[in-house]
Each structure stands twice: as C-alpha cells, then as structure tokens.
Design a protein around this ligand. Structure first.
Ligand code: GLN
Length: 279
C-alpha cells in the first residue's frame, strides 16, 4: 500500500500540486479499493492485489495526460449527490455549489417552479430538487449528451425533473410556462482567457459549455434575462453564476432590463461569482 502511495506521488510530482496529488490518492483508494483515508493509513503495510495495482497504474497514466479525475472515474459528488459524468459534459465546480446554496437559503413560494438553463450533468437542478422536494424543477440543455446524462443522474438519485432539449438562444420558438425561479450557469469564459487555463480543462472539457466570444461575452446572460422578463412570474427570481470580471456589467445589464433587488455575491475565493435579482 505504502509503495503504491509513493508510486502515485512520484509519477504525478511536478505535474500537479502536492495538495491535489493527495486528493487524487484519497479518491483512488476510496473508489478503486473502497478504502477510506483512515483505513488507508491504518493498513499502510498491507500488500495490494496485483489487479488493483494495475487499475491504479492505468488511472495514474491517464492523470499524467491531464485527463480530469472525474472523467476517469466517471463520477463526481455535488451538493451531497453522487453524479455520473462523462467527457462532453462539464464537470460541476464548487462555486456552483455556492449558487445552489444561495437558492436554498432564499425564501421561495411553496411548490416553486424552477428552471435551470444549460443544466449539463443536471447538477444544479438535481441538487435543488433534492433540497426542496416540493419544487417543480425543469432542466434544459442544448446538448443531447448532457440531457441524457442529466436524465440518468435523476434516475439514479431517485429525483423527478422536467427535461427539455433546447437551445435557449431560440427560446421564442417554444412554449414555456411561468416560473418562480430561473437560474443558469451559462458559458462565460472568454476565448481570450484560454491562455490562463489549465490543460485538464482545455484539452478535455466541452467548449460548448465553457466559452463565449470576446465580442459578445454576455450573450447568454442578455438572452436569459430577456427570457426571464417574459417567463418569470411577477416577483420571481433570476440567479446567475457569472464571470468574475463582469460583476458591474452584469448588475447594469439586469437593471437596464427592469430587474430590481440586484445583489452580487462573492465565492469562497472572494471573486464576484453570483448574482440574484427580482422581476
Ligand atoms: N467556472 C468554470 C471555469 O472556470 C466556467 C463555467 C462556465 O463557463 N459556466 O472553468
């Protein structure tokens, strides 16, 4: 066991920071061997089965290739839910859990009808349904792959959602009910920001879910806010996850469309990351 822990460290040293390597080690032992961190430490001197060592070696070589651990394991945890994951669908981020937390801390009408736009793995919609069982939660995405995965995740977590595969940029072509809450974590990374991004994101995660053109970085926000003006009930709430560089622009955008009680929130990294406003 000790030998395998050392092997993981030596192979990944220099590619990932120390803290991340420790995180990978814990995850690998947990997912491949079913060992908790404590068990791993207590059984340090135990010999591992050849087959398990082989599995770990394969995963380590994929990690060296910057493949995200969540795609390798095909799973991740989000707001207490176990979600399946696959390439082509965005990996849920911790800052998005903070957005979910904000929604859950907000007073909503009983049986609120909630819409998550660009749901990806379904993480936001499923977490909200799990926390607020009385809510009627809708999840939409342009990507067929995402819709299929979100539906699968709903099933394995025993949660009921309403799904609709659609491109929100064409929302006027469809019929929609009125919602109490509209929320979205749309693509917000500008093409020009690619230079500062990590290989694991750039080489493995879906561009469709991440990037917007530098010429119109707020395209999705403007469109979704316009949609929300039409399809939120009076007093309904709009929540966004945002690019930290556009806090002020985002506040102005929703104000110019007539939304009130506009509030920006910072994430754990102290970056402007979320916005809430009321119709
Ligand atoms: N927070 C994500 C990232 O930086 C971006 C998510 C998004 O574009 N909606 O990788």
């Amino acid at each position: 066991m000790q030998q395998t822990i050392q092997y993981i460290r030596t192979e990944l040293e220099g590619i990932y920071p120390e803290s991340e390597i420790l995180g990978f080690t814990k995850l690998l032992f947990d997912q491949v061997l079913g060992f908790s961190y404590t068990q791993m430490i207590l059984a340090k001197t135990r010999m591992l089965e050849q087959e398990d060592v082989k599995k770990i070696k394969t995963i380590v070589s994929r990690l060296k290739n910057h493949e995200p651990i969540q795609y390798i394991l095909g799973a991740t945890e989000f707001y207490g839910l176990q979600l399946e994951l696959e390439p082509g669908v965005l990996i849920p981020r911790p800052e998005t859990e903070e957005l979910v937390q904000w929604v859950c801390q907000t007073q909503l009408p009983k049986q609120a009808r909630v819409l998550d736009i660009g749901t990806g793995s379904g993480c936001i919609a499923l977490a909200i349904k799990n926390e607020i069982p009385d809510a009627e939660v809708w999840a939409v995405d342009k990507s067929e792959k995402a819709m299929e995965l979100a539906a699968k995740n709903a099933k394995t977590n025993n949660l009921q959602l309403h799904f609709k595969q659609t491109d929100i940029l064409n929302w006027q072509e469809e019929h929609w009910p009125q919602f109490d809450v509209v929320l979205s974590n749309p693509p917000y990374v500008r093409e020009s920001e690619k230079a500062q991004m990590q290989a694991n994101v750039l080489e493995h995660e879906p561009e469709l879910a991440l990037f917007v053109s530098d010429n119109d970085p707020l395209l999705f926000y403007r469109t979704i806010a316009q949609f929300a003006k039409d399809h939120l009930k009076n007093g309904g709430l709009l929540f966004f996850e945002i690019n930290e560089s556009f806090g002020e622009e985002m506040v102005n955008l929703v104000k110019s469309l007539g939304f009130s009680s506009v509030e920006l929130r910072r994430d754990l990294e102290n970056k402007n990351r979320m916005l809430r406003c009321r119709k």
